[in-house]
Design a protein around this ligand. Structure first.
Ligand code: ADP
Ligand code: MG
Length: 680
């Protein structure tokens, strides 16, 4: 018997139950003992009957005052009633449809009873409480009881018993992945203690200790996994001497903000250090990250190397090309664009020019690294809006052999703690300052009753020459359910037929062909449409300075960070801009969230709120970040343990970069299991 033993061989489980447990993702003994409770019920508190408060769930220790009476009210309904006393008072106990209890209970015996107190001021009662004799082992009462996620046919007690049996079976074979020194230094419980107490806590303190150990273990192996996967980052890089920044700024139409200057200096220092740079530039939408990318590629070009600049969409790549090509020309450098839409012949030509070193800067989608594009001398890789690429692509990138410097730009203001684990050894620069003269985007949260006024407002802005985004949560209703979600195509049609028949209304969503998407975006950017109805495909980076109103339908369905990104699509020109969040939600929580949007435009405040309210899983949506699903740790709540785990991981990697020392062998296995999860 070991961790890999199939659960059907456990006594009391068998084929049939094993199938049910499989549904919960449990196949082996290892799976079962790591099936942590989703919650706990604290049944340790024992109260006197005289002190019972209504609604409280507590234990009492009391004696049956007489023989239980069983009443058959009708078929399907019988009631068992009795009273217990503990000397301070009397409690009524009632069981519905559990006639067998009658034979288990004896007058004059003392029991421990756990349940929720009901009744009234004069009479206290418990209905269907847990009950066991005072001289029995505590199972249902007097303990902290685990609560597991269940499936039909599998009960709490069954899971508890099976886990208890497993822990006995592998008594001496329970692996301890944490090296002794790390366990001691961080005050972490032993594996055995932790497994026993996470499932069957002997006290609150023991439960805390068990939880802390597993949270640490999970974050520790996660951090190690990230570092091991990205370990080729830590390597020798091309030394790019830092040129004087003034040579760069002379051709700019504006002066840099001090945050931009600081960030560019950090980038220059990194590239000059002799090690390859891995830097994340975080800056709110509109903070001016593109110019940092431009400065970095300029520095690389001045000594004859090339830069690959990747954007998440073709439209964005094209926009970057259009703004950077003329700027680069002023320094005497050439910029190329490579997109999927080009003909095979065009692509071949561009690829030739990249290979020959004709272009100093090449802009494109991530096909730039995945397709077999060869560079003459690739010095720097920049990815814009990194969260769309994720950890895996980053690994693919560094696997290209010749290790270039990497610069990653993200508008998703990831809290530092999370960035630390997501990006491992990436250094971080924060552009925490917007260019001067930015106008505040007036933001309103309104309900259906204001719809007519919103339409009137749209009409007014369009008559002034502005353009409007309207964002809806879904393309169409998946099950034909009409729950009020605005479906893009249908809604666009309704608007253009009924409400704005004299205006030019277009739509765009992710299910259109790339070619059609690009064409619609192009039309909108060229002011050939007044109103663009869309899903969140327009979320990332696109620049339409003439758009001055963002309307979000069913706004409660979006995360705050997403709303922030959407809002960032307007206010990019000289016009006063607005954002209207439509929602008919009655939920206090939803309304509170939308309220935050009307109160602040600080992306960091918003993302911190978002993380608090929704958790990191939802924060990024759809696991875009590429992190495996965590079993027990919570990146938002466990920031402190994350810091400890991450420090310990760095220290360990310094000592044993590939975890080959004997004392790290079990850990190495655990880390590789974690890395497997990245790939699944
Ligand atoms: P983001 O950080 O969202 O990628 P961009 O780099 O697209 O932002 O910059 C947004 C706009 O601000 C662009 O039009 C850019 O030219 C302008 N901009 C950037 N830096 C400055 C600055 N220091 N002063 C004035 N305008 C700036
Ligand atoms: Mg940008």
């Amino acid at each position: 018997m070991d961790l890999t033993t199939d659960i059907r061989y456990i006594k009391g489980v068998g084929e049939k139950k094993a199938k049910l447990l499989n549904k919960l993702g449990l196949f082996t003994i290892g799976d079962l003992i790591s099936y942590f409770p989703r919650a706990y019920q604290d049944r340790t508190e024992i109260k006197k009957i005289s002190e019972l408060e209504l609604e409280a769930a507590v234990c009492i220790e009391a004696t049956l005052t007489g023989t239980p009476r069983l009443n058959h009210i009708r078929r399907q309904l019988n009631i068992l009633k009795f009273q217990v006393s503990d000397g301070t008072g009397i409690l009524d106990v009632t069981y519905f449809n559990q006639p067998w209890m009658k034979d288990r209970l004896k007058a004059g015996e003392t029991y421990v009873i756990y349940g929720k107190v009901s009744g009234n001021l004069l009479r206290r009662e418990m209905v269907n409480p847990a009950i066991e004799p005072l001289d029995s082992l505590p199972r249902l009462t007097r303990r902290i009881k685990p609560v597991y996620r269940l499936t039909a046919g599998v009960g709490q007690q069954f899971i508890s018993d099976a886990i208890e049996r497993c822990l006995k079976l592998i008594d001496n074979n329970l692996p301890e992945p944490l090296p002794e020194s790390i366990r001691q230094k961080n005050n972490l419980a032993h594996a055995r203690f932790a497994y026993e107490n996470i499932h069957n806590p002997s006290s609150k303190f023991a439960l805390l200790a068990a939880r802390k150990r597993f949270i640490f273990e999970e974050l520790f192996t996660l951090t190690l996994g990230l570092r091991l996967m990205g370990s080729s980052d830590i390597s020798i890089g091309k030394k790019i001497p830092a040129p004087p920044l003034d040579d760069f700024t002379q051709h700019l139409p504006f002066s840099l903000t001090s945050a931009q200057k600081r960030t560019i200096q950090e980038v220059f220092d990194d590239m000059n250090s002799g090690r390859s740079m891995s830097r994340l530039v975080q800056g709110d939408v509109g903070s001016g990250k593109t110019i940092v990318a431009a400065a970095a590629s300029w520095a690389v070009a001045t000594i004859g190397h090339q830069t690959a600049f990747m954007a998440p969409t073709e439209i964005l790549a094209t926009q970057h090309y259009e703004s950077l090509e003329p700027l680069f020309a002023k320094y005497g450098f050439r910029t190329g664009l490579l997109t999927g839409q080009m003909t095979a012949k065009q692509k071949r030509e561009i690829r030739e020019l990249i290979k020959s070193g004709y272009y100093q800067l090449v802009i494109g989608t991530h096909a730039l690294i995945t397709d077999n594009v060869e560079f003459q001398s690739l010095g720097l890789v920049i990815t814009d809006e990194q969260h769309r690429f994720g950890v895996r692509q980053r690994a693919a990138l560094t696997a290209k052999g010749d290790i270039p410097h990497t610069l990653v730009m993200s508008a998703t203001p990831i809290p530092r703690t999370l960035a630390l684990i997501l990006y491992g050894d990436l250094d971080i620069s924060v552009i925490d300052e917007l260019p001067p003269g930015r106008k505040h985007i007036d933001t309103y949260a309104v309900d259906e009753s204001k719809r007519e006024r919103v339409y009137k407002f749209i009409r007014r802005l369009v008559s002034e020459g502005r353009q409007v985004f309207i964002v809806c949560p879904l393309v169409d209703d998946p099950e034909g359910l009409d729950d009020g979600r605005k479906a893009v195509e249908a809604y666009a049609k309704q608007l253009s037929d009924e409400v704005f028949s004299d205006l030019r209304v277009g739509f765009i969503h992710g299910r259109l062909k790339q070619k059609d998407k690009d064409e619609v975006m192009r039309n909108f950017a060229d002011s050939e449409l007044d109103i663009l109805v869309s899903t969140t495909v327009i979320e990332v980076g696109i620049n339409v300075p003439n758009a001055s109103l963002m309307v979000v339908e069913n706004a409660e369905r979006f995360g705050l960070s997403q709303l922030h990104q959407l809002r960032g699509r307007v206010g990019r020109g000289s016009h006063k801009s607005y954002c209207i969040l439509m929602s008919d939600s009655k939920s206090e929580a939803n309304l509170a969230r939308l309220k935050i949007m009307t109160k602040t435009s600080d992306g960091f405040v918003i993302s911190a709120e978002d993380l608090k309210l929704r958790g990191p899983g939802d924060f990024f949506g759809d696991r875009q970040h590429g992190l495996p699903k965590l079993k027990i740790a919570d990146l938002a709540d466990d920031a402190e343990i994350l810091k400890e785990a991450s420090d310990a991981a760095i220290e360990l990697i310094d000592r044993d970069p590939e975890l080959l020392l004997p004392e790290n062998r079990a850990l190495r296995t655990a880390v590789f299991e974690m890395i497997e999860k990245f790939r699944s």
